[in-house]
Write a protein that binds this ligand. Sequence first.
Ligand SMILES: Nc1nc(=O)c2c([nH]1)NC[C@@H]1CN(c3ccc(C(=O)N[C@@H](CCC(=O)O)C(=O)O)cc3)CN21
Ligand SMILES: CC(C)C(=O)C(=O)O
Length: 350
Amino acid sequence: MSSIRLSSALRLVSRRTVSSSAKRLVLPTAAALPRVQIPVQQCRSSSHSPFSATAGPPRKKVTINTLRNLYNAKTPIAMVTAHDFPSGLAADLAGVDMVLVGDSLAMVALGMEDTNQLTLDAMLHHCQAVSRGVKGAFIVGDLPMGSYEISPEHAIKSSIRLIQEGRVHAVKLEGGAEMAPTISRLTSLGIPVLGHVGLTPQRASSLGGFRVQGKTLSSAQKLLADALAIQEAGCLGMVMEAVPAEIAEIVTSKLNIPTIGIGAGVGCSGQVLVQVDMLGYYPEGRFMPKFVKLYGDMFKVAKEGIEGYMKEVKERSYPEKQHTYPMGKDETLEAFRAWVKDQDVKKEEK
Ligand SMILES: Nc1nc(=O)c2c([nH]1)NC[C@@H]1CN(c3ccc(C(=O)N[C@@H](CCC(=O)O)C(=O)O)cc3)CN21
Ligand SMILES: CC(C)C(=O)C(=O)O
């Protein structure tokens, strides 16, 4: 059976965390799967993360200046969503510039039908998990529907919680010109804001569903006006979702802040995708927006891994000796055997 060396990303983490006594763990796999060997630190308790939360990857921190430099150099900005510690860690170790704790987590991690059921408290919980795993990338937390619309003060209060408790670096909010006063207040207080125009999922009902925006002249005009208004209000950039590529490119060319496109073509200043979508975490047959490209098959990997484990549990080939704890002294075992025999302990009949 062939052996695959551990990925360089995992090696990066394990180099910091694996002690000299680290065991070499051979992952149980189905016969069809190649054998993957990953050295791991022996975990004392299931409540302990196998990866040190403090040992960050040796990455230079992405700041608002880094993003500005990328934009000025016309280097596309790569952003991906994350909703927990491992997905944050994967994104960060892959080297993305920005990590978004998007409210799509409502749909992809919590099984909700839309993003509007998500509360600020739930978002905070996930931001905390992601920010524990992300040490280099610039982290943006989404303001969920209902956490910022009532007044600028409402938005300020929620944003401070996302930054103070969620440990994100910037907040994202949906909307155009009507949100400009709120965005101005936030940015004047030193809270960086990423805007979101085009298809704004929190307003899907009033858009008639998850519909492509900017397809008519008036809709394209409104898109440009909204983009200019939130730029003027001080946004560091904006997500531009589900807009015809040509329109997105023209709007991008009229701005002096980056557009991060999703379903908006290659003419944007950067791209964002939902990590769960792009890595193929779902079984075949689930609807995917047209802009999703699969870069992985996580559902297959997960399912086959669990099948391999199940098979070995059923045939008692897992756990093997190396997965068990040895006795300290042989005499103790002998003494215990003799004592149990002496007690004549009977199995209770049920
Ligand atoms: N898993 C997931 N991925 C996402 O990208 C995502 C979410 N969830 N939830 C929040 C929003 C909703 N998103 C969506 C959802 C559906 C379409 C969609 O059905 N688009 C149609 C276009 C329809 C038209 O022509 O107007 C498509 O065919 O892609 C687009 C964006 C993007 N966001
Ligand atoms: C789809 C992206 C841009 C988003 O807003 C989210 O993940 O919630």
